[in-house]
Design a protein around this ligand. Structure first.
Ligand code: PLP
Length: 388
């Protein structure tokens, strides 16, 4: 039994979530429930591996040998029923850097890249700051569930200058796990129009309430040939401060082009802990993850019950994955800035501003529930009291 109720003081650790409060909220005095990491201790097995490696006094250039790729392949088989040949795996310095590398490798300035908004805000930077055309295929909310506008998606894919679809699955922040039918439709459209799929599946291990993640490349051989999948143990095991991500593609040509660009940018080294952490997390973290997911589901149920009973006018978008809840505050009738200031100044709670994920996020806030339940309860009580 792991203890997720324990409150761990992160002060003095340069934690983004705490130490950037002043910069992001204009106040230190908020309960920080924003940045996507967890306030839980990493699995003790992983801590032990880090401690053991750190005992050695030399931290020189480090290779990731076969156990690294094998641990990833074993994990994919265990978690997603996906048969991965270890040769298909390449280390990457981070999922977002890997997306950048891929955009540089597989498109030219001016080419179109489709994203589905609202979405994790670095997606905008990956496209726009590399001078590609951003094509926003807005997700459509229907009765509290987000769906894909396939007509618009196909129109965008059909433009001759469109080269890439950057998919987020499970989707941050709307918490959808795309179904097999949806993925197949995406695949068919992309294949027909010669659009490469970059599948950011960093949240894939954190599906909830029985939802199952389907890796894009596991759909069928054609899909596998037309995509690169990006994953990491970083979100899953709360080790995002380490560089532990990787790319998978069974298409040798794509993987070779990815490697060439990554080497061209000299971003292939990683650090001394990345191999040992990935191997240990995947080989020894199964039980921890099961308990974590049960705890997060408990937190989500707690939030839903609390809001229903105590906070009028806030809707929880039914989550299918991640520890990030997408909350709809539109009934409060506030402008986005007013809503933001109200939550910071009156409730003293630091949530992610929905509008940072795109214009579609106006009226929404993202709540990170990966904290001990007592902290979540305190934050919700502060919101409820501030409305009295
Ligand atoms: C969808 C998505 N992709 C990527 C990342 C970050 O990946 P990395 O830290 O490996 O660059 C996040 C973090 O929140 C995310 O939500």
């Amino acid at each position: 039994m792991y203890n997720f109720d324990r409150i761990i003081d992160r002060k003095g650790t340069n934690a983004y979530k705490l130490d950037l409060r002043e910069a992001y909220f204009g106040s230190e005095d908020v309960i920080p429930l924003w940045v996507a990491d967890m306030d839980f201790a990493a699995p003790p097995e992983v801590q032990k591996a880090i401690q053991e490696r750190s005992q050695h006094e030399i931290y020189g250039y480090t290779v990731r040998k076969e156990p690294f790729r094998k641990a990833i392949a074993d994990w994919q088989a265990y978690k997603h029923n996906w048969n991965v040949n270890p040769d298909w795996v390449e280390f990457s310095p981070g999922v977002v850097p890997a997306l950048v590398i891929s955009v540089l490798a597989f498109s030219n300035p001016g080419d179109g890249v489709i994203i589905q908004t609202p979405v994790y805000y670095p997606f905008y930077h990956v496209v726009e700051d590399n001078d590609r055309e951003l094509l926003k295929n807005s997700l459509v909310e229907k009765n509290g569930r987000y769906e894909i506008n396939f007509d618009e998606f196909e129109e965008m894919a059909a433009k001759p200058s469109t080269k890439i679809f950057m998919m987020c699955n499970p989707h941050n922040p709307v918490s959808r796990v795309w179904t097999k039918e949806e993925l197949l439709r995406i695949h068919e459209i992309c294949l027909k129009h010669n659009v490469l799929v970059l599948a950011d599946e960093i949240h894939s291990d954190l599906t909830l309430f029985g939802h199952k993640h389907i890796p894009f490349a596991s759909l069928n051989e054609e899909a596998a040939n037309n995509c690169l999948v990006f994953m990491a143990p970083s979100k899953t095991f709360n080790i995002a401060g380490f560089s532990t991500s990787y790319v998978i593609s069974s298409n040798e040509k794509l993987l070779r082009a990815y490697r060439k660009k990554q080497n061209g940018l000299q971003m292939h080294m990683g650090h001394v802990f990345s191999g040992v952490i990935t191997e240990t997390a995947y080989n020894e973290g199964r039980e921890w993850l099961k308990e974590l997911i049960a705890y997060i589901e408990g937190n989500i149920q707690f939030v839903k019950d609390f809001i229903q009973n105590n906070i009028k006018g806030v809707k929880v978008i039914e989550p299918e994955a991640t520890y990030l809840l997408w909350l709809d505050f539109k009934e409060w009738g506030m402008e986005q800035n007013e809503l933001k200031r109200f939550l910071i100044d009156k409730a003293k709670v630091g949530l992610s501003d929905g509008s940072t994920f795109g214009a579609e996020g106006k009226g929404y806030m993202r709540l990170n529930v990966a904290s001990p339940r007592s902290i979540i309860e305190k934050a919700l009580k502060q919101i409820a009291d501030s409305r009295k």
